[in-house]
Write a protein that binds this ligand. Structure first.
Ligand SMILES: [Zn+2]
Length: 319
């Protein structure tokens, strides 16, 4: 057995793996597309392959790793290793013992955590959150996820804490992908923004968003599609991003009024792409609602980027 640990970030489009040493330096990594058909068994096999490839890049065998941490979407139970309701993964509406399957496949200890929570812990220990004892992570992507660190420890609640995307920012407001109304995610999540853009276009609003999507060979409005539309000053793209920023600021302010954390870290697919550009606007919107306005939290952008989720997952195995 070595002192090396593995980390796997399981996403809806890609599986990112890393091998890190005891200082958390990345010695090997691999990225595979997430299977789009089959079921959890297929996904687990693709995760095994990607983990073995990262190990090979670090010149070790996966079996010699101290352990492998996994950041998973859906309801990830750290105690049992079971993942349920991972709806952006193929055939994963039910429950699957992911921890058990990977332990068997990789012949080492495997620990499962929530994807956003492990990414936020990565930022807390190794990234933008290092100087602080408390922080709120806001992961702005397909949905809007969150992670909370209080007094140096993750606050998980009963397992479902930090769902900042479902804080109500407007009573009886827009329909959220969760089925309720007025959630922050209903305005700021990429899936909700795409649904809104489609409705607007169907109602006759001019936009190049979907032309850009086709030109770039995509079947959904990815963060790069949004970026190109903004560069071309597409009015609908601009107004939907501005609206997202407004509600992000509103929701973050409410969360900060409740928790009084030292810092807010913005991450996720859209966060990484637009964070630098919009952090000051999100902050301006937040400041309108911050109760202790002479001592607001610091607004920061995630630093670990592409590998952050996998590195954060590797921290599930004690260094
Ligand atoms: Zn919701």
């Amino acid at each position: 057995m070595t002192d090396l640990r593995g980390g796997i970030d399981l996403g809806g489009t890609k599986i990112q793996t890393v091998v890190v040493d005891e200082t958390n330096a990345v010695l090997g990594e691999a990225r595979h597309p997430t299977p789009t058909s089959g079921g959890p068994e297929n996904v687990a096999r693709a995760m095994e392959d990607a983990m073995r490839e990262a190990a090979a890049a670090a010149s070790v065998k996966a079996e010699t790793l101290r352990g492998v941490g996994v950041g998973s979407p859906g309801d990830a139970d750290g105690a049992t290793g079971v993942v349920s309701g991972a709806r952006n993964l193929p055939g994963w509406e039910g429950s699957f013992p992911l921890g058990e399957a990977l332990t068997k496949a990789l012949d080492t200890e495997v620990r499962i955590g929530n994807d956003v929570q492990v990414a936020v812990e990565g930022e807390y220990h190794l990234g933008a959150g290092r100087p602080f004892g408390s922080l709120l992570g806001v992961w702005w992507g397909t949905g809007v996820g969150g992670g909370i660190i209080l007094d140096g420890k993750p606050w998980l609640g009963r397992g479902a804490a930090a769902e900042i995307g479902h804080m109500v920012v407007k009573r009886n407001g827009a329909r959220c992908p969760c089925g309720r109304r007025g959630c922050m995610e209903a305005y700021a999540g990429r899936a909700a923004m795409e649904a809104k853009a489609r409705r607007e276009q169907a109602a006759g609003v001019e936009t190049d968003l979907f032309k850009i999507m086709e030109r770039r060979g995509r079947d959904r409005l990815t963060s790069s599609v949004w970026e190109h539309a903004l560069r071309e000053k597409d009015p609908l793209a601009e107004s939907l991003i501005r609206r997202a920023v407004r509600y992000l600021g509103t929701g973050i302010a409410s969360a900060c009024n409740l928790l009084d954390v030292e810092a807010v870290v913005i991450g996720g697919g859209l966060g990484e792409r637009f964070g630098e550009r919009y952090a000051s606007e999100i902050e301006r919107e937040m400041m309108k609602h911050i109760f202790v306005s002479d001592n607001p939290p610091k607004m920061l952008i995630a630093e670990l980027n592409d590998l952050g989720g996998a590195i954060g997952a590797s921290l599930l195995i004690t260094p």
